[in-house]
Design a protein around this ligand. Structure first.
Ligand code: NDP
Length: 305
């Protein structure tokens, strides 16, 4: 008979990795399933400076250190994308290659994905100047003009990263104020390469020679449009939960976020939701880690008394 894990953790961002650490350290057998490299959003984040005791770190560095720690007590890393979860006393998690991982409990820690702008040429030019990861692609635009869409923490932090390479970084926001924390706004104001375009929304991306050449922006008040030359467009307009595979369990709200109680339990016994993919008031590395610890501890008490 195939192995039955005490805990199957779906997703290896900070929430999933911490669940693996706490679960395996408490003696539970844990499978940590991930379709990409471990680290979740951390590996796409330039700089982390609000995780206690880590004054400043690159996202990749913190991710690698967390991954190393999280698997040091025996949690097994399984590579694959989860496509289905079948409930039962023994839960069956199906991966995209058709294989099944069985477990007594499942922690869903899949995080979020970047929201699309849904404008002409966005899909066609993805990888040809449209990018959702400044850390991955920023260096390709050395001495070029690039454009970031959005005014939240992600947009502003990644704009600061891009300013290291680009000749100019346009930030396009639809209101006349940012959503990001004041401390990040202060840094934006001090960066001479950053040009903020307020009260505009993206309408289309213009292709030139098979790549991004310009972007069309519309003034939200006057509806007038203008075209600005840019070599790249980085949309950071918010995030949506990665929970499609879990919807038929009936554990998600209308927006797709997983609804849990204070122990991270969903309404389905033995299924938990942690980190950015759950309903919560704050989505940070520290809160994701906390969720993972709470869920693993709850499972330990449920399974081992
Ligand atoms: P946010 O939802 O915080 O910000 C989205 C931004 O995009 C807003 O400025 C919003 O405008 C704008 N926007 C949304 N839809 C459109 C649209 N269709 N067209 C144009 N603009 C649009 O998303 P983030 O990804 O920045 O952050 C997600 C979460 O992660 C937040 O909770 C954030 O705090 C957290 N985070 C924290 C970090 C940190 O603490 N270091 C780093 C990165 C993220 P408007 O304001 O007008 O709605």
């Amino acid at each position: 008979m195939d192995k039955i894990y005490d805990v199957i953790i779906v997703g290896s961002g900070p929430a999933g990795m911490t669940a693996a650490l706490y679960g395996s350290r408490a003696g539970l057998s844990c499978a940590l399933i991930e379709s990409n490299a471990p680290g979740g959003k951390l590996i796409k984040t330039f700089e982390i400076s609000n995780y206690p005791s880590v004054k400043e770190s690159s996202g990749v560095e913190l991710a690698m250190s967390m991954f190393d720690h999280s698997t040091s007590f025996g949690a097994e890393f399984v590579s694959g994308e989860v496509v289905d979860i079948i409930d039962g006393d023994v839960k069956k998690v199906t991966l995209d290659d058709g294989s099944i991982v069985s477990g007594l409990s499942v922690i869903i820690a899949t995080g979020t994905k970047e929201r699309l702008m849904n404008i002409p040429n966005e899909k066609e030019l993805t990888g040809k100047g449209v990018s959702y990861c400044a850390v991955c692609d920023g260096a390709f635009f050395k001495d070029k003009v690039v454009t970031v869409i959005g005014g939240g923490n992600s947009a502003l932090e990644e704009s600061l990263y891009l300013a290291q390479f680009a000749s100019q970084v346009n930030i396009v926001i639809r209101r006349d104020v940012f959503r990001a924390e004041p401390i990040i706004q202060d840094r934006i104001e001090k960066e001479s390469k950053i040009n903020v375009i307020k009260k505009h929304v993206p309408k289309a991306i213009v292709e030139k020679d098979g790549k991004v050449g310009a972007i069309v922006l519309e003034n939200v008040d006057t509806k007038e449009t203008m075209e600005i030359d840019t070599a790249a467009v980085f949309p950071y307009i918010g995030l949506d939960p990665i929970t499609d595979f879990a919807k038929k369990l009936g554990v998600c709200n209308e927006q797709g976020y997983i609804v849990v109680n204070e122990h991270m339990e969903t309404s389905v016994k033995g299924i938990y939701g942690v980190g950015d993919c759950r309903v919560t008031v704050l989505r940070q590395v520290i809160t994701a880690c906390s969720d993972g610890a709470i869920a693993a501890q709850r499972i330990f008490h449920q399974l081992k008394g």
